[in-house]
Design a protein around this ligand. Sequence first.
Ligand SMILES: Nc1ncnc2c1ncn2[C@@H]1O[C@H](COP(=O)(O)OP(=O)(O)OP(=O)(O)O)[C@@H](O)[C@H]1O
Ligand SMILES: [Mg+2]
Length: 414
Amino acid sequence: MAKENFYTAVDIGTNKVCAILARVGSEGELKILGTGIAPSQGVQKGRIESINEVKAAVAASLEEAQRYVGREVVTGVYATISGTHISCLNTKDELRGFEDLDGVTSQQLHHLIQSSFPHVDATQEVLHVIPIGYEVDGLAGVRNPTGLHATNVQLESHVVLGDATTIKNTVKAIEGGKVAVNSLVLQSLASAEATLTGDEREMGVVLVDIGAGTCDVSIYRDGQPWYSTVLPVGGSQLSRDLAVALRVPYHIAEEIKVKWGHVMPELIRADEEVVIPGAQGQPKRVVKRRGLCEPLHQRMIEMLKLIMLRVSQAGLRQLPTGGLVITGGSAEMAGLKQLVESNLGGRVRIAYPDGIVGLPSQLRKPAFSAGVGALLWGIKHQGEKRTYQNGEKTLWGYKSLARRFGRSKERVTR
Ligand SMILES: Nc1ncnc2c1ncn2[C@@H]1O[C@H](COP(=O)(O)OP(=O)(O)OP(=O)(O)O)[C@@H](O)[C@H]1O
Ligand SMILES: [Mg+2]
């Protein structure tokens, strides 16, 4: 087996670190070779707070994933990144004054895309520059202008930025021994890769990955990502609220939430009772299940409001036609679909990695959307090796190309 056939994704979450090792078979099918899951420590709301703890969890997950292969094969990984340091903007770049001999060439477009990297100050790093669409001589919505005769070609790109120090720490936590980071992938874009259908992207959709510590949001329009943000809220808050309400330790509240939790208490029979374990020498207790679910309902409503606030800050007055697609471990919260439908209306789908040939059943769960998506992202963007050191090094010859093609740049901040 040639080394370059292997693809590895590492999803660093607040709850778990997940490594997935795969290769693409001769028919183009995905073959998962191994999966490793390690409990995550040292990550708070998506942000790395203890490099050593994360390093240990990443190493453990990679070791477990490689155990199935029987030898160390991982050299480059595609890793997810999240946290409230993430911001986005959409830029417009222009190709002007180029020689239109035979229409726009693919090389000119390639250079236009490369020159879309914005200048950032030393505190920030560019994570993604994703072409959204072209405007050719004033005609918007052109997907591929190759071959068109034109005097002015504009490219709109979705740019995702992150805090340079946080990115450096993330890379440091993963790299070591033979393992290097090929590329970092925003968690919501990774989850979208594994869950969204082509129709949803075209209709416009809000994708939310609700994990333990963060809600990772990406909005798609006309087939492309258009807005990305991270909220510092997630399933751990639901468990914490329950722990306070029931006066039990967090880990017991977590168990109770998964077993009996429901975010639509009105759908629970009023007389249904459950026995909750006693903690710290206290005996077991019988409580009404509906009452137990009340704080979960309140917190989830709060989270939905925060998500919708970001949707409106992105410039949308309502959910797009594709609606809301929810994934991440907390998407399994009982009653979530009904709660969203009754509060927001529109189309709602609870999603997990699906429609991927060769994907084993244990990865077809909402909690693995980001990990599987990062793997798909890596396969799609293979060969793109990034360095994350801020400044000129990430710009891939940006200045010289700008001079060559007379580029002008306009920023459209969202
Ligand atoms: N059946 C379930 N019902 C309710 N919540 C669940 C269920 N299964 C998992 N969860 C919750 O999902 C969360 C973990 O999700 P996930 O594994 O996606 O998080 P993560 O990726 O580690 O964290 P993050 O992406 O937020 O940094 C936990 O809060 C857990 O309680
Ligand atoms: Mg996650």
